[in-house]
Design a protein around this ligand. Structure first.
Ligand SMILES: [Cu+2]
Length: 153
C-alpha cells in the first residue's frame, strides 16, 4: 500500500500533465473559435418552428431562467403547424456548444406529461457560459423533425 501510493500519485500527475498538454493543443487548434463571438444572426427565441416546419416548440425552463452549472428541468410544449398540441411524441434531446466542439454534460431525458402537448425535459445542465444549442428530435404521427434552440448563458 505504502509503496504504491507515491507511484499512483506520480501516474496521476503524469496523466494530468498529458491532459493539460492535450488541452493546450486543443486550445491552439480551436482558439479562434473559443474566443469568437456567436453569429450575430442567432435566434434565441423560446418558441421555434422545426427545421422542416412540421412542429412548433416552446421551451419553458423551470423558474423561467436557465441556470449555469445546475441540474434543472424544462417543459417543452409541442404543437403542429396549425397550433394543435401534439401528444404522444417520441422526443430525444441532444446539444452542445458549437464553438467548443463539445456536447451536453448530461444526458437529458424527455418524459411525456399527461396531456396538452407538454413534455418534461429532465437532467438539463449547462456547465459554462456562452452559446449553447439544444436540439430535440421529434417523432410523431405527422413525421420526424428537429427543433433547434439557441441559448446564451
Ligand atoms: Cu464549452
Amino acid at each position: 500500500m505504502r509503496s504504491t501510493a507515491p507511484s499512483l500519485l506520480a501516474r496521476l500527475g503524469a496523466a494530468a500533465i498529458r491532459i493539460s498538454a492535450a488541452a493546450a493543443v486543443a486550445a491552439t487548434l480551436t482558439g479562434c473559435m473559443l474566443f469568437a463571438r456567436p453569429p450575430r444572426t442567432l435566434d434565441y427565441s423560446r418558441t421555434r418552428s422545426s427545421e422542416a416546419g412540421i412542429y412548433r416548440g416552446t421551451i419553458e425552463p423551470a423558474g423561467d431562467s436557465i441556470p449555469q452549472g445546475k441540474l434543472h428541468s424544462w417543459t417543452l410544449h409541442l404543437e403542429d403547424a396549425a397550433g394543435a398540441p401534439v401528444a404522444g411524441a417520441q422526443i430525444a434531446v441532444d446539444g452542445g456548444m458549437p464553438q467548443h466542439g463539445h456536447g451536453l454534460p448530461t444526458k437529458p431525458q424527455v418524459k411525456r406529461l399527461a396531456e396538452g402537448g407538454d413534455y418534461l425535459v429532465e437532467g438539463m445542465k449547462f456547465n459554462m457560459g456562452g452559446w449553447w444549442v439544444v436540439k430535440f428530435r421529434v417523432g410523431a404521427a405527422a413525421g420526424n423533425d428537429s427543433l433547434v434552440f439557441n441559448l446564451k448563458l
